[in-house]
Ligand binder design. Structure first.
Ligand SMILES: Cc1ncc(COP(=O)(O)O)c(C=O)c1O
Length: 473
């Protein structure tokens, strides 16, 4: 049994941990619909907690209609509460439409893959990496026989520090950088480090959907900030900071996922000032910066930071190698020590081989050549998608970089129906509500133009539009 997982030192209240524990077991189908749950006494003994704690968890599950009570008999699992995908007889489409997390959507195979905000593997530098493996072992024969330092390989951090200083005017040394296993891990580590029970965090609406899941899982209360083609309404941001005293504002201001919007330079400086005034950290997630089609985007918010209120996350997954899982976190303040602690608890350091492989590529001239080629290839794919969409009355703002179009469907098309029909034809996209902390934005979809080749893209878009026309009432 699992009671070791309940921790009195954890920041989550004990009854909430018991609640999660029961709910997990229901989700894993250990108890299925109409099954009787253990009595309060039994579960309290099993988990080594007070009966009142179990009672409180049961009461909350009951209020949320996940379980029900039979008079003088006990608690039972409510029907229809379990995840749908363990039943193989359920058609994939019906389970797909109930999926509410990006990772679940990505598991659905599709020929016309518009849901992946990843670059076509055929455009990635695979050949160079296969050459590098041998070279790395020649250079560092013990690379697999040791851990990386928790903070990350020093040679890599030195290279990154020089690059950030030169390119983005960051004032930092390699000691200010932590290497993480992708930016998703960085987001999770920062959430672990900063979020206390009942803390409020600000998130753009729409936003990167995994960030919503992570912050919610850490118990944060989420308040949304609207993002527009011109950036934010800074009065709204200030009002929210004043009213809610948020712990941090997580943002993706450069070729924002999913909209592609860019927060203009003048707002960046003001945002940092607001953050300092209201003592609200800004978590700047910046994975798409180099995927621009016309001009380089404005400097990161971190470049304006003097008082340590900006934490900068730079992933290299998108255009170097998602499989290497390399991202850098830059922070100035005393937070750094805590960040290293959570990283050490998570995995004792990102694999050294991956860091050395990345470093090799990062220092070579090939990276810049690769980025230039990618910018052209992706701009062509974006034009193809937009040219197909131009036959419709759907609306979107053409992004100047990034991997996605954020498209509003006319009200006459029911997005969920379109999703079902598309899936039947092996076409996938990301439904808007997944990117919305309040699960609205039901007329919006995210279409990624980066993952499939030009020909497939054109065929897939024609099919998608045709299906939508059939549904349009
Ligand atoms: C805004 C944003 N942040 C983070 C990530 C995760 O990237 P990584 O592969 O570095 O974990 C993604 C991936 O799509 C993203 O869009």
């Amino acid at each position: 049994m699992d009671h070791a997982r309940l921790s009195r030192s954890q920041r989550k209240p004990l009854f909430q941990q018991v609640y999660d524990h029961i709910w997990n077991r229901i989700q894993r189908a250990e108890w299925t619909e109409h099954n009787k749950l253990p009595s309060v006494r039994m579960l309290a003994e099993e988990l080594n907690v007070n009966r009142l704690t179990v009672f409180k968890a049961y009461q909350q599950l009951k209020e949320e209609k996940k379980i029900y009570v039979k008079y003088k008999s006990g608690y039972y699992v409510h029907p229809g509460t379990q995840m749908p995908f363990k039943d193989l007889d359920v058609p994939i489409v019906s389970s797909y439409v109930q999926k509410s997390h990006l990772s679940e959507i990505h598991q659905v195979p599709a020929t016309y893959q518009f849901s992946h905000a990843l670059i076509d593997p055929n455009l990635m530098p695979n050949r160079y990496f296969s050459e590098y493996v041998k070279e790395i072992f020649d250079l560092y024969p013990t690379v697999l026989s040791t851990y990386s330092t928790i903070q990350g390989d020093e040679e890599l951090r030195e290279s990154l520090a020089l690059y950030f200083a030169d390119k983005h005017r960051f004032h930092l040394t390699h000691d200010d950088i932590l290497i993480t296993s992708g930016s998703q891990q960085a987001i999770d580590l920062i959430a672990r480090m900063l979020i206390e029970p009942a803390d409020t965090v600000l998130l753009e609406r729409p936003t990167y959907s995994a960030a919503i899941d992570i912050f919610q899982q850490h118990g944060a209360r989420i308040v949304s900030v609207d993002i527009h083609p011109y950036g934010y309404d800074l009065n709204q941001v200030e009002q929210l900071m004043k009213q809610h005293k948020p712990r941090f504002f997580y943002l993706n201001p450069t070729f924002h996922n999913p909209t592609g919007y860019i927060v203009p330079a003048e707002q960046r400086k003001q945002l940092v000032e607001l953050a300092e005034q209201y003592r609200c950290f800004l978590i700047e997630d910046d994975p798409f910066r180099d995927i621009y089609f016309e001009q380089e985007p404005p400097l990161p918010l971190f470049s304006y930071s003097t008082e340590g209120y900006v934490i900068y996350i730079r992933s290299f997954s998108k255009y170097v190698a998602p499989g290497l899982r390399i991202a850098a976190v830059c922070s100035h303040s005393s937070l750094r020590k805590h960040l290293f602690t959570v990283k050490s608890l998570a995995d004792n350091g990102t694999p050294l081989l991956n860091q050395k492989m990345f470093l090799h590529y990062f220092k070579s001239k090939r990276l810049q050549q690769h980025i230039l080629k990618l910018q052209t290839a992706l701009s062509v794919r974006k034009s193809i998608m937009e040219s197909e969409l131009s036959r419709t009355n759907w609306t979107w703002d053409s992004p100047a970089g990034g991997l996605n179009l954020w498209v509003e469907l006319p009200k006459t098309i029911v997005m969920e129906m379109l999703l079902v029909k598309c899936l039947e034809q092996s076409i996938s996209f990301v439904p808007g509500p997944i990117c919305d902390p309040s699960k609205q934005l039901t007329s919006w979809i995210r279409l990624s133009y980066s993952y499939i080749n030009e020909k497939q893209l054109s065929i897939g878009m024609k099919k998608l539009i045709h299906l939508a026309e059939q549904l349009d009432s």
